[in-house]
Design a protein around this ligand. Sequence first.
Ligand SMILES: CC(=O)N[C@H]1[C@@H](OP(=O)(O)OP(=O)(O)OC[C@H]2O[C@@H](n3ccc(=O)[nH]c3=O)[C@H](O)[C@@H]2O)O[C@H](CO)[C@@H](O)[C@@H]1O
Ligand SMILES: C=C(OP(=O)(O)O)C(=O)O
Length: 444
Amino acid sequence: MEKIIVRGGHQLNGTVKVEGAKNAVLPVIAASLIASEGKSTITEVPVLADVYTINEVIRNMNAEVNFDSNNNTINIDASNELKTEAPFEYVRKMRASVLVLGPLLARYGHAKVAMPGGCAIGSRPIDLHLKGFEAMGAEVHVGNGFVEAHVNGRLKGAKIYLDMPSVGATENIMMAAALADGKTIIENCAKEPEIVDLANYLNKMGAKVIGAGTETIKIEGVEKLHGAEHSIIPDRVEAGTFMVAAAITGGNILIENAVSEHLRSVISKLEEMNVKITEENEGIRVIGPEELKATDIKTLPHPGFPTDMQSQMMSLMLSAHGTSVITETVFENRFMHVEEFRRMNAKMKIEGRSVIIEGPSDMQGAEVAATDLRAAAALILSGLRAEGLTRVTELKHLDRGYVDLSGKLAALGADIERVDENGDTVKPFVQVDFKTENAVAELS
Ligand SMILES: CC(=O)N[C@H]1[C@@H](OP(=O)(O)OP(=O)(O)OC[C@H]2O[C@@H](n3ccc(=O)[nH]c3=O)[C@H](O)[C@@H]2O)O[C@H](CO)[C@@H](O)[C@@H]1O
Ligand SMILES: C=C(OP(=O)(O)O)C(=O)O
């Protein structure tokens, strides 16, 4: 079992470049299935386990997928006749596999995908996705571990109000509506930058989507879509993770490619904690203070504070002076990392949906297990400041969403290495259990 070993106490300085966003590239790859003619070329693709998984999902459906991981580019040709099923072996690895439902239903009038279960952060139902499809005239059947949707002829444009601004439901409905007969209006939709990126891609494919980034999206259905070229937006969560790395070590890091408009709530909270942040032409510079000040955060849909930055901020608050409160409103169970932080001597208590942190905790290195993707990053961040050695296990979570995090931190001055079960240093690699040569990538 691989581990990342961090020896705390080093200030991080220098420049780091942010990759394309995981949460933007996954729906964009799924959307490529709608194109019945032409090829798509997607650039700025991060080399992540999740990208290999979604590639494998659509390859299994008969789409031609070529991932040039050295150039972060994927070519997709989905003009073949496609299969319309995604089995459990994929969905189990990555819930975002459900994003193929909308594109397949729109193009073929049929789609069958294994029901995703809950995961370490919550139960994560997909009822809002399915209600949206039903409103567009589909019959949806859930049984034997699968969700199956069917429509005779084309989906019909509809007015759909989402009970909550779900990112995945907005994406799935938007993709389905792109080929529907007539106009679809999605109210109370998600406003995340990744929604805007998907809408831009769909429009390049010939769709008519307006309003992405606001709370109402309008889609005028068209008869067919074609392949298109698209460059993925920078990953705001990876950028935010490096912002915390600078802040927690009192360092000075220029985060290239970070987009400040995508990170307003994170920037504002870091500033409240005395972190100095300046916008430069190449990206965002973050300078950690002598003493971090406590603050409170409440996770909310965009433009509120992102839940995907909650655990990283927790590690920062553990080093801040005073009482900080984190309230998680997006997922009902996203505090699994608290127990792991406690192993590092963190002083905090959970009260309902909030965690109260009396800082600063005298953080000590320990062996800790990543409970999800962002928890993995958060434990590494705490290790950067803790006394002694921190060993982080369960790196499969980390590899889903960060490209060589330990290598990038080492280049900024961290004392960090990734080792295998024999204690030998290893390069991070992304390995998925599928038996195609494209499914295993060694990162340089
Ligand atoms: C691949 C991807 O982009 N993942 C992101 C996406 O996940 P994802 O798209 O799964 O998140 P959603 O926005 O859908 O979920 C938000 C909340 O709505 C609930 N819900 C959602 C759909 C539904 O049909 N019914 C329902 O009750 C969920 O259980 C959760 O409590 O947005 C989350 C919230 O910003 C991020 O943390 C994830 O990193
Ligand atoms: C929760 C996350 O991803 P996913 O929705 O793919 O589980 C995340 O990126 O932090």
